[in-house]
Design a protein around this ligand. Sequence first.
Ligand code: AMP
Ligand code: TRP
Length: 346
Amino acid sequence: MTTEHTPVPYTGPQRVLSGVQPSGDLHLGNYLGALIKFVALQDQMECLYCVVDLHAITQWQDPKQLTRQTREIAAAYMAAGVDPKKAIIFPQSAVPEHTELAWIFQCVARLGWLDRMTQFKEKTGKHKERHSVGLYTYPVLQAADILVYKATHVPVGEDQRQHLELTRDIAAKFNHDFEAPAFFPLAQALVEGPGARIMSLRDGSVKMSKSDPSDQSRITLTDDADAIASKIRKARTDPEPLPSDEDGLKGRAEADNLVGIFAALSGQTKAQILATYAGQGFGQSFKPDLANLLVEKLAPVSAEMRRLLADPAEIDRTLAAGAEKARAIAAPIVADTKKLVGFWPG
Ligand code: AMP
Ligand code: TRP
Protein backbone atom coordinates (compact mmCIF):
# COMPACT_ATOMS: atom_id res chain seq x y z
CA MET A 1 0.00 0.00 0.00
CA THR A 2 1.27 3.49 -0.73
CA THR A 3 0.41 6.82 0.82
CA GLU A 4 0.39 10.23 -0.74
CA HIS A 5 2.13 11.67 2.32
CA THR A 6 5.87 12.26 2.22
CA PRO A 7 7.60 10.75 5.26
CA VAL A 8 9.69 13.09 7.42
CA PRO A 9 12.59 11.44 9.30
CA TYR A 10 11.76 10.43 12.85
CA THR A 11 14.40 11.38 15.38
CA GLY A 12 13.02 9.87 18.61
CA PRO A 13 14.61 6.89 20.38
CA GLN A 14 14.68 3.46 18.76
CA ARG A 15 12.29 1.09 20.45
CA VAL A 16 11.04 -2.45 19.79
CA LEU A 17 7.49 -3.70 20.29
CA SER A 18 5.93 -7.02 19.44
CA GLY A 19 3.13 -9.27 20.63
CA VAL A 20 1.76 -12.80 20.47
CA GLN A 21 -1.89 -13.77 20.95
CA PRO A 22 -2.81 -16.00 23.92
CA SER A 23 -5.09 -18.05 21.71
CA GLY A 24 -3.49 -21.51 21.76
CA ASP A 25 -0.23 -23.41 22.17
CA LEU A 26 2.84 -21.72 20.73
CA HIS A 27 4.37 -23.54 17.79
CA LEU A 28 7.66 -23.66 15.94
CA GLY A 29 6.57 -20.82 13.61
CA ASN A 30 6.03 -18.51 16.58
CA TYR A 31 9.35 -19.57 18.05
CA LEU A 32 11.42 -19.02 14.90
CA GLY A 33 9.37 -16.17 13.42
CA ALA A 34 9.08 -14.16 16.63
CA LEU A 35 10.49 -15.40 19.96
CA ILE A 36 14.12 -15.90 19.01
CA LYS A 37 14.17 -12.42 17.48
CA PHE A 38 12.74 -10.98 20.70
CA VAL A 39 15.68 -12.42 22.60
CA ALA A 40 18.30 -11.15 20.16
CA LEU A 41 16.91 -7.59 20.25
CA GLN A 42 16.77 -7.12 24.01
CA ASP A 43 20.48 -6.31 24.16
CA GLN A 44 20.26 -3.80 21.32
CA MET A 45 17.28 -1.52 22.08
CA GLU A 46 14.56 -0.87 24.61
CA CYS A 47 12.06 -3.71 24.07
CA LEU A 48 8.40 -4.15 24.95
CA TYR A 49 6.78 -7.55 24.47
CA CYS A 50 3.08 -7.82 25.12
CA VAL A 51 0.67 -10.70 25.31
CA VAL A 52 -2.08 -9.43 23.01
CA ASP A 53 -5.18 -10.60 24.83
CA LEU A 54 -7.32 -7.84 23.27
CA HIS A 55 -6.47 -9.26 19.86
CA ALA A 56 -7.18 -12.81 21.02
CA ILE A 57 -10.83 -12.00 21.85
CA THR A 58 -11.53 -10.95 18.26
CA GLN A 59 -12.32 -14.67 18.06
CA TRP A 60 -14.07 -16.49 20.94
CA GLN A 61 -11.82 -17.34 23.91
CA ASP A 62 -12.95 -19.19 26.98
CA PRO A 63 -12.40 -16.67 29.84
CA LYS A 64 -10.63 -19.12 32.17
CA GLN A 65 -8.35 -20.36 29.44
CA LEU A 66 -7.56 -16.83 28.34
CA THR A 67 -6.07 -15.99 31.74
CA ARG A 68 -4.09 -19.23 31.79
CA GLN A 69 -2.87 -18.79 28.23
CA THR A 70 -1.80 -15.23 28.94
CA ARG A 71 0.50 -16.55 31.68
CA GLU A 72 1.68 -19.29 29.32
CA ILE A 73 2.73 -16.83 26.62
CA ALA A 74 4.54 -14.72 29.22
CA ALA A 75 6.27 -17.89 30.45
CA ALA A 76 7.19 -18.79 26.86
CA TYR A 77 8.78 -15.39 26.31
CA MET A 78 10.94 -15.85 29.40
CA ALA A 79 11.68 -19.54 28.72
CA ALA A 80 12.87 -18.62 25.23
CA GLY A 81 15.30 -16.17 26.85
CA VAL A 82 13.51 -12.81 27.19
CA ASP A 83 14.80 -11.36 30.45
CA PRO A 84 12.25 -9.22 32.33
CA LYS A 85 15.14 -7.17 33.69
CA LYS A 86 16.01 -6.12 30.15
CA ALA A 87 12.67 -6.17 28.32
CA ILE A 88 9.19 -5.11 29.43
CA ILE A 89 6.72 -8.03 29.43
CA PHE A 90 3.03 -7.22 30.00
CA PRO A 91 -0.56 -8.05 29.06
CA GLN A 92 -1.97 -5.67 26.45
CA SER A 93 -5.30 -5.26 28.29
CA ALA A 94 -3.46 -4.00 31.41
CA VAL A 95 -2.43 -0.87 29.51
CA PRO A 96 -5.69 0.94 28.59
CA GLU A 97 -3.77 3.44 26.45
CA HIS A 98 -3.71 0.81 23.66
CA THR A 99 -7.50 0.90 23.28
CA GLU A 100 -7.64 4.65 23.73
CA LEU A 101 -5.21 5.24 20.87
CA ALA A 102 -6.91 2.52 18.80
CA TRP A 103 -10.14 4.55 18.80
CA ILE A 104 -8.37 7.62 17.49
CA PHE A 105 -6.69 5.47 14.82
CA GLN A 106 -10.06 3.99 13.79
CA CYS A 107 -10.96 7.53 12.82
CA VAL A 108 -7.69 7.93 10.86
CA ALA A 109 -7.62 4.60 8.99
CA ARG A 110 -9.84 4.35 5.89
CA LEU A 111 -12.30 1.53 5.22
CA GLY A 112 -10.55 0.92 1.91
CA TRP A 113 -7.28 0.20 3.72
CA LEU A 114 -8.87 -2.40 5.95
CA ASP A 115 -10.75 -3.93 3.03
CA ARG A 116 -7.38 -4.90 1.56
CA MET A 117 -6.17 -6.88 4.60
CA THR A 118 -5.57 -10.45 3.48
CA GLN A 119 -5.46 -11.92 7.01
CA PHE A 120 -9.07 -10.84 7.62
CA LYS A 121 -10.12 -12.46 4.36
CA GLU A 122 -8.24 -15.66 5.23
CA LYS A 123 -9.78 -15.86 8.70
CA THR A 124 -13.35 -15.16 7.63
CA GLY A 125 -13.56 -16.96 4.27
CA LYS A 126 -17.00 -16.64 2.70
CA HIS A 127 -18.82 -15.64 5.89
CA LYS A 128 -17.48 -12.32 7.05
CA GLU A 129 -20.92 -11.26 8.34
CA ARG A 130 -20.65 -13.84 11.14
CA HIS A 131 -17.39 -12.46 12.54
CA SER A 132 -16.80 -9.78 15.15
CA VAL A 133 -16.33 -6.15 14.23
CA GLY A 134 -13.11 -6.39 16.27
CA LEU A 135 -11.66 -8.94 13.85
CA TYR A 136 -12.10 -6.39 11.07
CA THR A 137 -10.50 -3.50 12.98
CA TYR A 138 -7.80 -5.80 14.43
CA PRO A 139 -4.94 -4.22 12.41
CA VAL A 140 -5.87 -0.76 13.71
CA LEU A 141 -5.44 -1.98 17.29
CA GLN A 142 -2.11 -3.49 16.23
CA ALA A 143 -1.01 -0.07 14.92
CA ALA A 144 -1.97 1.40 18.29
CA ASP A 145 0.06 -1.30 20.12
CA ILE A 146 3.11 -0.18 18.21
CA LEU A 147 2.64 3.57 18.11
CA VAL A 148 1.44 4.00 21.69
CA TYR A 149 5.15 3.52 22.48
CA LYS A 150 6.38 5.20 19.29
CA ALA A 151 8.09 1.89 18.53
CA THR A 152 10.43 1.97 15.54
CA HIS A 153 11.10 -1.78 15.10
CA VAL A 154 8.66 -4.69 15.13
CA PRO A 155 10.01 -8.28 15.01
CA VAL A 156 7.34 -10.49 13.41
CA GLY A 157 6.83 -13.32 10.94
CA GLU A 158 6.21 -12.74 7.25
CA ASP A 159 2.41 -12.89 7.69
CA GLN A 160 2.47 -9.55 9.54
CA ARG A 161 4.10 -7.49 6.79
CA GLN A 162 0.81 -6.08 5.54
CA HIS A 163 -0.26 -5.05 9.05
CA LEU A 164 3.01 -3.14 9.40
CA GLU A 165 2.38 -1.34 6.12
CA LEU A 166 -1.01 -0.30 7.46
CA THR A 167 0.65 0.88 10.68
CA ARG A 168 2.94 3.12 8.63
CA ASP A 169 0.00 4.45 6.61
CA ILE A 170 -1.86 5.31 9.81
CA ALA A 171 1.22 7.02 11.28
CA ALA A 172 1.81 9.02 8.10
CA LYS A 173 -1.83 10.11 7.79
CA PHE A 174 -2.03 11.09 11.45
CA ASN A 175 1.18 13.11 11.19
CA HIS A 176 -0.12 14.79 8.05
CA ASP A 177 -3.71 15.45 9.16
CA PHE A 178 -2.69 16.89 12.53
CA GLU A 179 0.26 18.79 11.10
CA ALA A 180 2.73 17.07 13.38
CA PRO A 181 5.56 15.91 11.08
CA ALA A 182 7.30 12.80 12.42
CA PHE A 183 5.15 12.72 15.58
CA PHE A 184 4.70 8.98 15.07
CA PRO A 185 7.59 6.99 13.55
CA LEU A 186 7.08 4.84 10.46
CA ALA A 187 7.78 1.54 12.19
CA GLN A 188 9.84 -1.06 10.41
CA ALA A 189 8.99 -4.77 10.34
CA LEU A 190 11.93 -7.03 11.22
CA VAL A 191 11.04 -10.08 9.19
CA GLU A 192 14.34 -11.32 7.74
CA GLY A 193 15.73 -14.78 8.37
CA PRO A 194 14.93 -18.36 7.41
CA GLY A 195 12.29 -18.67 10.17
CA ALA A 196 10.04 -15.89 8.86
CA ARG A 197 7.52 -18.21 7.25
CA ILE A 198 7.35 -21.75 8.62
CA MET A 199 4.87 -23.90 6.74
CA SER A 200 2.58 -26.73 7.88
CA LEU A 201 4.26 -30.16 8.11
CA ARG A 202 1.29 -31.63 6.21
CA ASP A 203 1.01 -29.08 3.42
CA GLY A 204 3.84 -26.85 2.24
CA SER A 205 1.42 -24.32 0.79
CA VAL A 206 -0.15 -23.18 4.10
CA LYS A 207 1.64 -21.66 7.06
CA MET A 208 2.06 -23.49 10.35
CA SER A 209 -0.67 -22.09 12.59
CA LYS A 210 -2.37 -22.46 15.95
CA SER A 211 -5.72 -22.80 14.25
CA ASP A 212 -4.90 -25.68 11.87
CA PRO A 213 -7.27 -28.53 12.84
CA SER A 214 -4.47 -31.10 12.40
CA ASP A 215 -2.12 -31.43 15.37
CA GLN A 216 0.30 -33.19 12.99
CA SER A 217 0.70 -29.95 11.04
CA ARG A 218 2.69 -28.21 13.76
CA ILE A 219 5.32 -28.76 16.42
CA THR A 220 4.36 -27.02 19.65
CA LEU A 221 6.68 -25.84 22.39
CA THR A 222 5.13 -28.43 24.70
CA ASP A 223 5.59 -31.47 22.41
CA ASP A 224 7.80 -34.15 23.95
CA ALA A 225 10.68 -35.88 22.14
CA ASP A 226 8.48 -38.76 20.94
CA ALA A 227 5.84 -36.42 19.52
CA ILE A 228 8.50 -34.37 17.74
CA ALA A 229 10.19 -37.46 16.26
CA SER A 230 6.87 -38.87 15.07
CA LYS A 231 5.68 -35.58 13.52
CA ILE A 232 8.97 -35.13 11.65
CA ARG A 233 8.99 -38.76 10.48
CA LYS A 234 5.46 -38.30 9.08
CA ALA A 235 6.12 -34.80 7.72
CA ARG A 236 5.19 -34.65 4.05
CA THR A 237 8.06 -34.64 1.55
CA ASP A 238 8.42 -35.72 -2.06
CA PRO A 239 10.10 -38.85 -3.46
CA GLU A 240 13.16 -36.97 -4.78
CA PRO A 241 16.40 -36.95 -2.79
CA LEU A 242 17.67 -33.74 -1.18
CA PRO A 243 19.14 -31.45 -3.85
CA SER A 244 22.69 -30.10 -3.84
CA ASP A 245 21.73 -26.41 -3.97
CA GLU A 246 18.85 -24.04 -3.18
CA ASP A 247 17.71 -23.91 -6.79
CA GLY A 248 16.85 -27.58 -6.41
CA LEU A 249 14.29 -26.68 -3.72
CA LYS A 250 12.21 -24.60 -6.14
CA GLY A 251 8.70 -25.99 -6.58
CA ARG A 252 9.28 -28.37 -3.65
CA ALA A 253 7.49 -26.51 -0.86
CA GLU A 254 7.65 -29.28 1.76
CA ALA A 255 11.33 -30.02 1.18
CA ASP A 256 12.13 -26.31 1.23
CA ASN A 257 10.25 -25.89 4.52
CA LEU A 258 12.11 -28.71 6.30
CA VAL A 259 15.48 -27.45 5.10
CA GLY A 260 14.49 -23.95 6.21
CA ILE A 261 13.55 -25.18 9.68
CA PHE A 262 16.87 -27.02 9.93
CA ALA A 263 18.74 -23.87 8.85
CA ALA A 264 16.85 -21.55 11.23
CA LEU A 265 17.37 -23.85 14.23
CA SER A 266 21.03 -24.57 13.57
CA GLY A 267 21.99 -21.01 12.62
CA GLN A 268 23.30 -22.29 9.29
CA THR A 269 22.24 -21.35 5.77
CA LYS A 270 20.11 -23.65 3.61
CA ALA A 271 23.14 -24.11 1.34
CA GLN A 272 25.20 -25.41 4.27
CA ILE A 273 22.47 -27.88 5.23
CA LEU A 274 22.20 -29.10 1.64
CA ALA A 275 25.96 -29.52 1.43
CA THR A 276 25.66 -32.13 4.20
CA TYR A 277 22.59 -34.04 2.96
CA ALA A 278 22.64 -33.65 -0.86
CA GLY A 279 21.64 -36.79 -2.71
CA GLN A 280 20.19 -38.57 0.34
CA GLY A 281 16.54 -39.52 0.90
CA PHE A 282 14.77 -37.52 3.64
CA GLY A 283 14.29 -40.53 5.93
CA GLN A 284 17.96 -41.56 5.83
CA SER A 285 19.61 -39.13 8.23
CA PHE A 286 18.07 -35.71 7.49
CA LYS A 287 14.77 -36.32 9.31
CA PRO A 288 16.32 -38.08 12.33
CA ASP A 289 18.93 -35.30 12.64
CA LEU A 290 16.24 -32.63 12.32
CA ALA A 291 14.12 -34.31 15.03
CA ASN A 292 17.16 -34.46 17.34
CA LEU A 293 17.93 -30.81 16.71
CA LEU A 294 14.33 -29.82 17.46
CA VAL A 295 14.40 -31.74 20.72
CA GLU A 296 17.75 -30.22 21.65
CA LYS A 297 16.44 -26.68 21.05
CA LEU A 298 12.85 -26.99 22.28
CA ALA A 299 13.15 -29.33 25.28
CA PRO A 300 14.96 -26.75 27.46
CA VAL A 301 12.36 -24.11 26.51
CA SER A 302 9.43 -26.33 27.43
CA ALA A 303 11.12 -27.47 30.66
CA GLU A 304 11.72 -23.84 31.64
CA MET A 305 8.11 -22.98 30.74
CA ARG A 306 6.87 -25.73 33.06
CA ARG A 307 9.14 -24.49 35.84
CA LEU A 308 7.90 -20.91 35.49
CA LEU A 309 4.24 -21.94 35.26
CA ALA A 310 4.54 -23.80 38.56
CA ASP A 311 4.67 -20.36 40.20
CA PRO A 312 1.90 -18.27 38.58
CA ALA A 313 2.15 -15.61 41.29
CA GLU A 314 5.71 -14.83 40.17
CA ILE A 315 4.57 -14.53 36.54
CA ASP A 316 1.81 -12.20 37.68
CA ARG A 317 4.33 -10.02 39.51
CA THR A 318 6.42 -9.79 36.35
CA LEU A 319 3.35 -8.90 34.27
CA ALA A 320 2.14 -6.28 36.75
CA ALA A 321 5.57 -4.64 36.95
CA GLY A 322 5.80 -4.73 33.14
CA ALA A 323 2.37 -3.13 32.74
CA GLU A 324 3.37 -0.32 35.08
CA LYS A 325 6.56 0.38 33.10
CA ALA A 326 4.67 0.21 29.80
CA ARG A 327 2.03 2.67 31.04
CA ALA A 328 4.72 5.10 32.09
CA ILE A 329 5.87 5.24 28.44
CA ALA A 330 2.41 5.16 26.84
CA ALA A 331 0.55 7.70 28.99
CA PRO A 332 2.48 10.83 27.94
CA ILE A 333 2.39 9.76 24.27
CA VAL A 334 -1.41 9.37 24.43
CA ALA A 335 -1.69 12.70 26.27
CA ASP A 336 0.28 14.43 23.47
CA THR A 337 -1.84 12.65 20.86
CA LYS A 338 -5.09 13.83 22.48
CA LYS A 339 -3.80 17.37 22.54
CA LEU A 340 -3.01 17.22 18.82
CA VAL A 341 -6.52 15.92 18.12
CA GLY A 342 -7.98 18.81 20.11
CA PHE A 343 -9.64 16.94 22.96
CA TRP A 344 -10.64 18.99 25.98
CA PRO A 345 -9.02 20.84 27.70
CA GLY A 346 -6.67 21.35 24.75
P1 AMP B 1 0.26 -15.32 16.39
O1 AMP B 1 0.36 -16.74 16.77
O2 AMP B 1 -0.62 -15.14 15.19
O3 AMP B 1 -0.09 -14.40 17.53
O4 AMP B 1 1.71 -14.90 15.90
C1 AMP B 1 2.73 -14.49 16.77
C2 AMP B 1 4.01 -14.23 16.00
O5 AMP B 1 4.47 -15.43 15.37
C3 AMP B 1 3.86 -13.20 14.87
O6 AMP B 1 5.05 -12.43 14.80
C4 AMP B 1 3.73 -14.06 13.64
O7 AMP B 1 4.15 -13.40 12.47
C5 AMP B 1 4.65 -15.21 13.98
N1 AMP B 1 4.24 -16.42 13.27
C6 AMP B 1 3.04 -17.06 13.35
N2 AMP B 1 3.00 -18.13 12.55
C7 AMP B 1 4.21 -18.18 11.92
C8 AMP B 1 4.80 -19.08 10.95
N3 AMP B 1 4.13 -20.14 10.49
N4 AMP B 1 6.07 -18.82 10.56
C9 AMP B 1 6.77 -17.76 11.04
N5 AMP B 1 6.27 -16.88 11.93
C10 AMP B 1 5.00 -17.09 12.38
N1 TRP C 1 -1.16 -9.59 14.78
C1 TRP C 1 -0.05 -10.26 15.40
C2 TRP C 1 -0.14 -11.75 15.09
O1 TRP C 1 -1.18 -12.31 14.93
C3 TRP C 1 -0.02 -10.07 16.89
C4 TRP C 1 0.16 -8.63 17.26
C5 TRP C 1 -0.76 -7.80 17.83
C6 TRP C 1 1.34 -7.86 17.08
N2 TRP C 1 -0.24 -6.60 18.06
C7 TRP C 1 1.04 -6.57 17.62
C8 TRP C 1 2.59 -8.12 16.54
C9 TRP C 1 1.97 -5.54 17.59
C10 TRP C 1 3.52 -7.08 16.50
C11 TRP C 1 3.21 -5.80 17.02
O2 TRP C 1 0.85 -12.37 15.03
